[in-house]
Design a binder for this molecule. Structure first.
Ligand code: SF4
Length: 407
């Protein structure tokens, strides 16, 4: 997907078109109304794009995260494309391949749309056979970007992986190579900036990580700068910055009050704060229904910038609820318990269960942990890890919660 297509250019009249009209204009009109009032008046009508690092490709600033039932939501895929959401993200592990199958179902029936889409998939390993299986499911000959999925160690970016990526590029199966990461992102990013053959990355980035960094010591900010300077395209994920509990009602109410006057939802404000960081080309968001798709597109089209007071409100919220959010600095806590425990991963699974309502996936991920880890979960002394945790998370308490929810 080099340039946005003409189908993404919607006239102002279409954009505000009558609800009776079914088509891109009406859809974007709905997106506009999802912001409402004054904010809608400041909206553009074309999905903005940004350069993706030094790849030479421009991508839509909003990406369709495919971790939902894409097989039965073909209309939503079409509507996302019509609304200018041309960066589509999936993984071989999403739904055990079903997410890719759903994207493939769409591409198989709409082959003319393939070139409009910047298609990304991921796998936990650099294996030709698994990439070919992904391409079969996706009903395409190539992906625009292949991510090694969820790396947490810089040595995942080794010479073997480099050689494989080059081979796959030469074979025309991938255009660009990179990785996604949830934890120890700073170390992985620094390595990526250093090796020079990583084209793109997808990372947790949100108003919390902006305020509190990863590890609370500025390492993430430095790593992001290094990666940006090296021309690595960056996509943000987990931009809603949800915590481990289902809600933080009191603190959220204060934030709600701050954004009500602007007609933003908290979710839209969280997106806008990330788009405010030009180092990131795109936000990847799970959008399993039209309500969320329209709201996110509306936020992308709206040109209102967040004020200093808005940023201050987000900062206050991030600080007040820090102990509910795991920042992914697993080098700090994984080794601060006897026999090692994947504390950071377990925290993330609790977050998936409680805040993202991905209960099935959360349980599956938890079940995939070694039995020894699951059995010892609440029998370990976490006091040292708790004393070092920059977020001040009551780790033992959260591990108990994990056992109650996920075991
Ligand atoms: S539990 Fe604390 S120390 Fe461990 S990864 Fe999360 S934020 Fe970092």
């Amino acid at each position: 997907m080099q340039e946005r297509s003409d189908s993404n250019r919607i006239s102002r009249r279409d954009f505000l078109g009558t609800a009776a009209v079914v088509g891109a204009g009406a859809i974007l009109g709905g997106a506009s109304r999802a912001l409402g009032g004054a904010a809608a008046e400041t909206a553009t009508t074309t999905m903005p794009t940004r350069a993706f690092g030094k790849t030479g490709v421009n991508v839509s600033i909003l990406s369709l995260g495919g971790i939902f039932n894409t097989i039965d939501n073909q209309l939503l895929l079409r509507q996302a494309l019509q609304m200018g959401v041309t960066y589509w993200d999936t993984a071989e592990s999403y739904g055990g391949g079903k997410s890719e199958t759903g994207f493939g179902k769409y591409l198989g029936a709409n082959s003319d749309d393939r070139k409009k889409i910047f298609l990304v998939t991921k796998s936990g390993a650099a294996r030709t056979k698994s990439l070919e299986a992904s391409l079969d499911r996706l009903q395409t000959d190539y992906v625009d970007l292949f991510f090694l999925h969820g790396i947490s160690k810089p040595d995942s970016l080794n010479d073997d992986v480099k050689a494989w990526a080059e081979k796959m590029k030469k074979a025309g199966k991938i255009k660009f190579f990179g990785f996604s990461s949830h934890r120890d992102m700073s170390a992985c990013l620094q390595k990526a900036a250093q090796v020079g053959w990583v084209d793109g990355v997808m990372l947790t980035f949100n108003f919390r990580t902006m305020v509190l960094d990863e590890g609370g010591d500025g390492r993430y900010k430095k790593a992001l700068d290094a990666a940006h300077k090296a021309g690595i395209g960056m996509t943000a994920m987990k931009t809603q910055a949800k915590g481990m509990r289902a809600s933080n009602a009191e603190a959220e109410q204060a934030l709600l009050d701050a954004f009500t006057a602007k007609k933003f939802s908290l979710q839209q404000a969280a997106l806008k704060v990330v788009w405010g960081d030009e180092r990131f080309s795109c936000i990847c968001s799970k959008m399993p229904n039209m309500t969320i798709l329209k709201a996110n597109v509306a936020a992308a089209l709206d040109k209102t910038e967040l004020s200093a007071a808005d940023h201050a409100a987000l900062r206050t919220f991030a600080e007040a609820t820090a102990s509910d959010y795991c920042a992914g600095c697993s080098d700090i806590c994984d080794h601060a318990v006897d026999g090692q425990m994947p504390v950071c991963d377990v925290m993330r699974y609790v977050m998936y269960y409680n805040a993202y309502d991905d209960k099935h996936e959360a349980r599956e991920l938890f079940a995939a942990l070694p039995a020894d880890v699951r059995n010892r979960l609440t029998r370990v002394d976490y006091s040292l890890a708790e004393s070092r945790c920059p977020q001040g998370i009551p780790i033992a308490e959260r591990m108990k919660l994990a056992e109650d929810l996920l075991a």
